[in-house]
Write a protein that binds this ligand. Structure first.
Ligand SMILES: [Zn+2]
Length: 305
């Protein structure tokens, strides 16, 4: 099932492609997306913010925790509006934190900001359209300059469509549909642009497969998070989600991720997914090479080469 790739030698390393990194220093930026009024009656959440570690503490702790789950490298994802924190953490451990995925919110950030991010170590940008409110979908023409910029700078955007959680309830939040990629997948100026769809589409895996029927070469999914959207889907379990995705997208279009954030490393997620991959190798659904492609080499080739 592996596609030949003569330029790169396969290695056996695990790269976490979806890892939120935020600290005490991110809270001001956090308020840009989730205003303090929205959690003034939520003492638990306030306490969580107050107890966040500093950037230095969080970076150190993450390096210790990643060893426990045999995660070798991480791409750090910034919180909305907060690039400084991930930039500083990467400066501390450039061999562990290989690159950065800054959050871009088109309601606040101009497309030009992507150029600055690229200079400072970004390999992708994260879009979260479900949080943009009722008047701004991912298929909005205002998104074009961002995608054009990504293509020009050879960044592969990562988009979280589907169900949303994290933070207090926000009435504007709504599960965006990945079919909103239509104007961009069909745009002649963006034919070389690839897309990473987070969390197997977070409830919209069928829609991802429908698009992959014609656009498989340009679509990737990441495996990150609890993937508890499965409970509300026709897929029986995460093993089936992996198997179906391997058939529909290929093992080379699946990127391992944990979606760590509140915890410095989600060991449960890493352990479970490594176990599933072990099972798939044992049953010869995938080769050992495919397993290491999913765990690290695909991310290496797509974002880091
Ligand atoms: Zn996430």
């Amino acid at each position: 099932m592996t596609q030949p790739n003569s330029q790169l030698e396969n290695s056996k390393q695990t790269i976490d492609s979806h890892h939120h990194f935020f600290t005490k220093d991110s809270v001001t930026a956090f308020n840009r997306m989730i205003p303090p009024e929205s959690y003034q009656d939520n003492p638990k959440f306030q306490q969580f913010l107050e107890e966040l570690p500093t950037t230095e503490e969080r970076a150190k702790l993450t390096v210790v925790e990643m060893e426990k789950s045999s995660v070798d490298k991480i791409l750090l994802m910034s919180f909305s509006g907060d690039f400084e924190t991930v930039y500083r953490a990467r400066e501390m451990y450039p061999d562990k934190f290989l690159a950065l995925i800054p959050f871009v919110d088109p309601r606040y950030d101009p497309p030009e900001i992507i150029g600055d991010y690229k200079k400072k170590g970004a390999v992708s940008v994260k879009f979260y359209p479900g949080s943009w409110g009722n008047n701004f979908n991912f298929n909005d023409p205002r998104i074009f300059p961002y995608l054009e910029k990504c293509l020009e700078l050879e960044l592969v955007p990562m988009v979280h469509f589907g169900v949303m959680k994290g933070g207090p309830v926000n009435l504007n939040a709504w599960p965006a549909n990945p079919l909103e990629l239509r104007p961009w997948l069909q745009n002649p100026k963006l034919v070389d642009q690839k897309y990473i769809i987070a969390h197997f589409g977070a409830g919209y895996l069928r829609e991802v497969f429908l698009m992959a029927y014609s656009h498989q070469k340009r679509l990737y999914v990441d495996t990150s998070g609890s993937n508890d959207w499965i409970i509300w889907s026709p897929f029986p379990n995460l093993t089936q989600v992996f198997e179906k995705s391997i058939h529909a997208l290929s093992s080379q279009h699946i990127l391992f991720g944990t979606d760590s954030g509140r915890l410095t490393m989600r060991h449960d997620v890493a352990l479970r997914q490594k176990g599933i991959l072990e099972d798939l190798v044992t049953r010869r659904v995938i080769s050992d090479e495919d397993r290491w492609d999913i765990l690290g080499n695909n991310t290496q080739r797509l974002l880091l080469s």
